[in-house]
Design a protein around this ligand. Structure first.
Ligand SMILES: [Zn+2]
Length: 124
């Protein structure tokens, strides 16, 4: 097991209304109360919908050069939220309802720094 295997997405859940959101927050996005606590989000989810990005995104795109089309999906997690992320698979395999799993990875910046980023991949 590597350190990357320990990486999970963080979320926040409100104990009053049950709203779950991505990342750490101090206020509930639904009811505005401060009754939120941090949770680790599930590693597996379902591809709720997707699109195929067929043109190199503008700006500081970090993907392969030359550009390779990729899937960008909304993954529905059992925790009660959807997360937007690249879907790492052959774009011909993309299909709504597929089981996918969280996949953290390390990306090296041009200045040598290492950044932990994430995508989802098909469950084998
Ligand atoms: Zn709430």
């Amino acid at each position: 097991m590597t350190d990357l295997d320990q990486v999970r997405l963080s979320g926040s859940r409100c104990s009053e209304c049950g709203e779950t959101s991505l990342g750490r927050t101090s206020l509930c996005a639904n009811c505005g109360r401060e009754t939120v606590s941090e949770i680790s989000l599930s590693k597996r989810g379902t591809l709720w919908t997707y699109t195929v990005v067929r043109h190199r995104p503008p700006g500081d795109y970090k993907g392969p050069d030359p550009f390779v089309p990729f899937g960008l999906g909304l993954v529905e997690l059992p925790d009660g939220l959807r997360v937007l992320a690249p879907i790492q698979c052959d774009i011909g395999q993309l299909k709504i309802g597929l089981a996918v799993q969280f996949k953290p990875f390390v990306r090296r910046e041009s200045d040598g720094r290492e950044i932990v980023s994430f995508a989802f991949e098909l469950v084998p």
